[in-house]
Design a protein around this ligand. Structure first.
Ligand code: M6R
Length: 362
């Protein structure tokens, strides 16, 4: 069942090129305008509210960039457990997007029900056909990740990003903000082979393993990112926490000087996502801040980012891509890093303590 992999998590990390490719093709009919999104009709949301938990929530945080940047739709992202108790301002012009791998997460279902009572349209991005969330929503878009067995979510996340990207372009087209969606389709269609490029290179895997070997005994780690890669810092930290039980915190790099920089000393590994994009120069100066406090700088970066590489104690080079799609690539080394650290520590990677695959109670 594990197809020769030691754990489901590793297998699922390696399935991502296929999962993303299937998710693109599975959603092509509505993206190409060959058929409507069933249950959504011509609905033009004035606002979007995304509700989700855990890794799916982080996918939502990236989605906010997509909906705002491409479709210019104001978008909020809430933890479902917060949304349901906060008396949200929501009406019939609001689109709720529930993101849930399992479709059974209690808080997400409760948030959806609340929004429905208040007449919002509810669309679910889900990986499990026929799950509760899919039955209770007006419209469903599937991720085609295939069954995700490992408690730590990997391929569900990258396929969620894929759907959110396509949906944001779809709304942008409907608002006449984008006239040539094929350009965007081409960009995302390159992602599976870029993922593969990284995953199939034995040397890269060894680099990540070496890092894991070196750092598996630390008790804290900081993950930094900005813009679309800020949620990836959060996701990288969550992966490490949940399977290796090492305390890790994700932070927007620009917020460092407002507090967390005090944590940095020669024992603190700081994993920074520093790939090409509009915040590249900014990240570079954040990196210098870490370095001047003797923090251990580990970066996820591109080959052309010479200044980053020079300022890093360790860097993992990933293929360069469009900045809005870079999260789909950049998350992979962080998934692998958490995986190999947990494996070095001898933990039960697929079934971490205290956690369940789907959280069906509040
Ligand atoms: O099935 P869901 O996407 O609704 O699950 C949400 C979270 O419980 C889930 O993402 C959790 O955070 C994972 N263990 C993260 O790896």
């Amino acid at each position: 069942e594990k197809a020769g992999y030691k754990h489901f998590m590793l297998k699922e990390i390696y399935e991502q090129p296929r999962a993303v490719a299937d998710t693109i093709s599975g959603n092509l009919p509505w993206f190409r305008g060959e058929m409507p999104i069933k249950g959504l009709g011509n609905f033009k949301p004035e606002r979007i509210q995304i509700v989700a938990c855990g890794t799916s929530y982080y996918a939502g945080l990236v989605g906010k960039f997509y909906f705002e940047n491409f479709a210019r739709i104001p978008t909020e992202v809430d933890y479902a457990s917060e949304y349901r108790y906060r008396n949200p301002v929501v009406n019939e012009n609001t689109l709720i997007i529930a993101i849930t791998q399992s479709g059974e997460t209690a808080d997400t279902l409760a948030a959806m029900r609340l929004a429905k009572e208040r007449k919002a349209k509810v669309l679910t991005v889900c990986n499990v056909i026929g799950s509760s969330a899919t039955r209770e929503s007006d419209a469903v878009l599937y991720t085609y990740a295939g069954p995700e067995i490992s408690v730590a979510s990997t391929k569900a996340f990258t396929t969620q990003l894929t759907v959110l990207y396509l949906l944001s372009i779809h709304f942008a087209v409907r608002k006449n903000l984008i006239s040539n969606p094929d350009i965007y389709l081409e960009k995302i269609s390159e992602i599976p082979s870029l993922m593969e490029q990284f995953l199939e290179e034995e040397k890269k895997k060894q680099e990540v393993k070496n890092l894991a070997d070196r750092f598996h005994k630390v008790s804290n780690a900081l993950y930094l990112g900005r813009h679309v890669n800020y949620p990836i810092a959060l996701e990288g930290a969550l992966k490490l926490k949940e399977i290796s039980y090492i305390h890790a915190e994700g932070y927007p790099a620009g917020e460092m000087k407002h507090g967390p920089i005090a944590l940095i000393d020669e024992n603190m590994p700081v994993v920074t996502i520093a790939t090409k994009g509009r915040v590249y120069e900014k990240i570079l100066s954040n990196l210098a801040e870490v370095k001047s406090r003797k923090g251990i700088t580990i970066t996820v970066t591109n080959e052309s980012c010479k200044e980053v590489i020079e300022n890093s104690d360790f860097s993992i080079i990933v293929p360069e891509t469009d900045e809005f799609l870079s999260p789909l690539i950049n998350v992979i080394p962080l998934q692998l890093l958490a995986y190999y650290i947990a494996d070095f520590l001898g933990y039960d990677v697929d079934q971490p303590r205290n956690l369940a695959k789907s959280v069906t109670v509040e």
